[in-house]
Design a protein. Structure first.
Length: 92
């Protein structure tokens, strides 16, 4: 499977993950401080959403770069669709 070759997309993904990491540290701090379960759950949901969003953005970037490359090469797209399906199965 390919790697992200677009430096801008890679940096954006890393920035999103760093924000999610900060949110997760905040959740840990909330637990240590004994904050309410509802407040913690709300922040945990925000972290999950941030990670899900990052995953979708990474998958779209992968599809874009692979489609461009494979269409330029005249390759079959079926293999790419299998790779995409494999990626999407990871979110189940």
């Amino acid at each position: 499977m390919a790697v992200l070759t677009d430096d801008v997309s890679r940096q954006q993904l890393l920035n999103r993950l760093k924000r999610a990491e900060g949110q997760l540290r905040g959740v840990q701090r909330m637990i240590e401080e004994g904050q309410s379960c509802m407040a913690i759950a709300t922040q945990m949901a925000a972290v999950r959403k941030a990670l899900d969003s990052s995953f979708v953005n990474m998958t779209v970037c992968f599809m874009k770069q692979e489609l461009q490359q494979r269409l330029k090469e005249g390759s079959e797209v079926d293999d790419l669709l299998g790779d995409i399906q494999q990626l999407l199965n990871q979110v189940r």
